[in-house]
Design a binder for this molecule. Structure first.
Ligand code: GRG
Length: 303
């Protein structure tokens, strides 16, 4: 390790996240202009402006900085990652999917705008995210931009979010879910966009293949750990999130780590993954500190 645990422990993560969230918020604010059809626009903005952690945009900016790039280059891609994420959340909450009434402390998109508009808002955000990068990215060679577009398209489609969601749906209510299947779902549903954030941030900065591969492995491990802890927090019920009633659609029967290994076994696995993720980026030294602190936080958060 080239960074001591002490330096990471002393890093002011809340202040860092707060400042990065403010940067992302200000750019998202101007990313989506009111336009016709108004109802569709309102539905897109309702979810995009809602109160999320902005984890994926922040990781994209961090990946760019760590690779020696000006994070300004990555702002449009960072915004696009949040649009893609929000699109997936809107669709995920639909009655045909997870059937959730609340998201980010507010009524779910389909509860406010109806299922048809919610479905279309997700579609429109998906398309707009990609267009947004092409229209707004400055000073990045076209070849890098093509790679970025490919990474995002790949991590959303059948090899990414959508594929993970499809397997998740197929597993609903089944009793014979194995570890391989749970990990398949986690690496795609949660890992794909976290991976895309790191890889696109680094790509925009012109990072070499080894850097991109390290950041990608870091992201995949942190992504799975993040989902494991998320599921543990659901089980132990320390979270007081609006609408998080586990019995509504039998969420306890979902394919999760705690279901296979219990709370302690799951937290042990999350800890292993986080430690291993930190090892991937430790060689970058001081510039890796925010990412090391974020990885650590995945395992220690309580809500
Ligand atoms: C239309 C792009 C698109 C996809 C359709 C519905 C679907 C396919 C995929 C669902 C993917 C999904 C909902 C994954 C869950 C990922 C996850 C961990 C969400 C919670 O992320 P946080 O904690 O949430 O970062 P906030 O609200 O803070 O952003």
């Amino acid at each position: 390790d080239t960074v001591s645990a002490d330096v990471v422990a002393k890093f002011d993560l809340p202040a860092y996240l707060h400042s990065q969230q403010a940067i992302v918020a200000s750019h998202l604010e101007s990313a989506l202009e009111p336009r016709y059809p108004e109802r569709l626009f309102e539905s897109m903005w309702y979810s995009l402006s809602s109160d999320g952690k902005r984890l994926r945009p922040i990781l994209c900016l961090a990946g760019c900085s760590l690779s020696g790039g000006d994070p300004e280059l990555a702002i449009p891609t960072a915004c696009a990652l949040e649009m893609l994420h929000v699109a997936s959340l809107i669709h995920d909450d639909l009655p045909a999917m997870d059937d959730d009434d609340y998201r980010r402390g507010k009524p779910a998109n389909h509860k406010v705008f109806g299922e048809g508009i919610a479905l279309l808002a997700g579609d429109a955000l998906l398309a707009y995210a990609l267009e947004f990068i092409l229209l707004n990215t400055r000073q990045v060679p076209a070849e890098r931009l093509l790679r970025v577009m490919h990474t995002l398209i790949n991590r959303v489609g059948i090899s990414g979010l959508v594929g993970g969601q499809a397997v998740d749906i197929e597993c609903e209510g089944r009793e014979d879910i194995d570890l391989e299947t749970v990990e398949f779902i986690h690496t795609r549903k949660t890992g794909s966009l976290i991976d895309a954030a790191m890889v696109t941030g680094a790509t925009l900065a012109g990072a070499d293949d080894d850097t991109i591969a390290r950041l990608s492995r870091y992201a995949r491990k942190v992504g799975v750990a993040f989902q494991i802890v998320d599921d543990v927090l659901d089980v132990i019920g320390t979270r007081q999130e609006l609408g998080k009633t586990p019995n509504k659609d039998e969420k306890s029967r979902k394919a999760t780590y705690p279901r296979l290994f219990g709370v302690d076994g799951s937290m042990q696995r999350a800890r292993e993954l986080v430690d291993s993720a930190k090892k991937e980026i430790a060689p970058f030294g001081q510039p890796a500190v925010p990412l090391l602190a974020m990885a650590e936080f995945v395992c220690t958060r309580t809500s």
